[in-house]
Design a protein around this ligand. Structure first.
Ligand SMILES: [Zn+2]
Length: 312
C-alpha cells in the first residue's frame, strides 16, 4: 500500500507518493492558483495525485490514504477553516476531493505535519513529546504529544510565531504588534540588519549586498557574522538571543523531550544551534534540571509531503 502526501504552499503544491517505510516514490507539482474557483483548485490537485500515482508504478486502488498539509487550519471533519495563501475560508476540502478520489483524507497545518515527520523519522524520532520550530519567512511550529499532533481543543494551537513578545513592538502580518516571529524569523533578521547598516554603512553586510540594503538577506547577515564583521556579529547575537528566548518559552510552557529547529535559517547549522544552546538555559525557570536537547531538523522540504502522508 502507498499513501499520498500533499504539501500546499504559497507558490506551489507538491504531491508525493509515499511508501510504507516513508520513502517518496514519485513526486509531482502544480503551481498555486489562488485565482481559480475552489472546486477547480481541488480538481487540479486530484489530477496531480492521479498522474503522480501512475508515475510511481502503483495503482489508485493501492492508495491507503491522502494527507494534506496546509498553511492554515482545518477541522477533523475535513473542512479547511482558513488557508489565506489559497484564499480558502470554510471550504469542504474532503467532500470535494472525494468526488475525484474516494479515499480517507486527512488535513492538518503544515508545521504540524513537518513536526510529525521529524518525530517519526527525523531528529525527534523515538520521543513521545517534541516541538518543531520552523524558521523561515515566518515562524511555524508543531507540537507532538504522546506521538500525536497537538493542535489544541479548537485546532488553532501551536502558533508559537504569534505569541506576543512586546505589546508595543514591531507590527505583525497578523494585525498585532510584537509577535515572536517579528524577532525570530528570517524576515526579522533581515529587518534588524537593514536597520543596523543605516548607522554603520561600512559593515561587510552592505558590501556583500552590493551597497544596497534592500539586497541584504538572512544569509548575508550570517555570512558576514561568520567572517567576524562586528556589526553582523552584534545583529546576529541579538537575533539568537530572541531565538533562545523562544526556545526557553517553549520549555517553560511545555517541557518537551526535545526541540527541533528547521526551516531556511536552520541551514546555518551549528552556527545557529550553538548560540541558541548556549543562551537558552538562562531564560528557563527551572534551569538546574537536566537540560532539554535542541537539535536541527534532518528532513528538508520533503518533511511536508512525508508528514502529510503520515496523517491518520
Ligand atoms: Zn502575529
Amino acid at each position: 500500500m502507498i499513501r499520498i502526501g500533499i504539501d500546499i504552499g504559497g507558490t506551489g503544491i507538491q504531491v508525493g507518493v509515499v511508501s510504507e517505510d516513508y520513502a517518496i516514490l514519485s513526486e509531482g507539482s502544480i503551481p498555486t492558483r489562488k485565482d481559480l474557483p475552489f472546486e477547480e483548485q481541488v480538481r487540479q490537485i486530484a489530477d496531480c495525485v492521479m498522474s503522480t500515482t501512475a508515475a510511481s508504478g502503483y495503482s489508485i486502488d493501492e492508495i491507503e490514504s491522502v494527507g494534506v498539509g496546509i498553511p492554515g487550519i482545518a477541522s477533523k471533519s475535513g473542512e479547511i477553516i482558513k488557508c489565506t495563501n489559497m484564499g480558502w475560508s470554510h471550504v469542504p476540502f474532503r467532500e470535494v476531493f472525494s468526488r475525484y478520489l474516494d479515499k480517507p483524507v486527512y488535513i492538518d497545518n503544515d508545521a504540524n505535519v513537518a513536526a510529525l515527520a521529524e518525530s517519526v523519522i527525523g531528529n525527534s524520532a523515538g520521543t513521545s513529546s517534541s516541538v518543531f520550530i520552523t524558521i523561515g519567512t515566518g515562524i511555524g511550529s508543531g507540537i507532538i504529544l504522546n506521538g500525536k499532533i497537538w493542535s489544541g481543543a479548537h485546532h488553532i494551537g501551536g502558533e508559537l510565531g504569534h505569541v506576543i513578545f512586546d505589546l508595543d513592538g514591531v507590527p505583525c502580518t497578523c494585525g498585532n504588534h510584537g509577535c515572536l516571529e517579528r524577532y525570530c524569523s528570517a524576515t526579522a533578521l533581515i529587518r534588524m540588519a537593514r536597520e543596523a547598516v543605516r548607522e554603520h554603512p561600512d559593515s561587510m553586510m552592505l558590501s556583500l549586498a552590493g551597497q544596497d540594503p534592500a539586497r541584504i538577506e538572512a544569509k548575508t547577515v550570517i555570512d558576514a557574522a561568520r567572517a567576524g564583521d562586528a556589526l553582523a556579529v552584534s545583529v546576529y547575537g541579538r537575533y539568537t538571543d530572541f531565538l533562545a528566548q523562544a526556545v526557553a518559552s517553549v520549555i517553560n510552557l511545555l517541557d518537551p523531550e526535545i526541540i527541533v529547529l528547521g526551516g531556511g535559517v536552520s541551514k546555518a547549522g551549528d552556527f545557529l544551534l550553538n548560540p541558541v544552546l548556549q543562551k537558552y538555559p538562562r531564560y528557563v525557570l527551572f534551569n538546574d534540571q537536566l537540560l532539554t536537547p535542541v537539535k536541527l531538523a534532518v528532513l528538508g522540504s520533503e518533511a511536508g509531503i512525508i508528514g502529510a502522508a503520515m496523517l491518520s
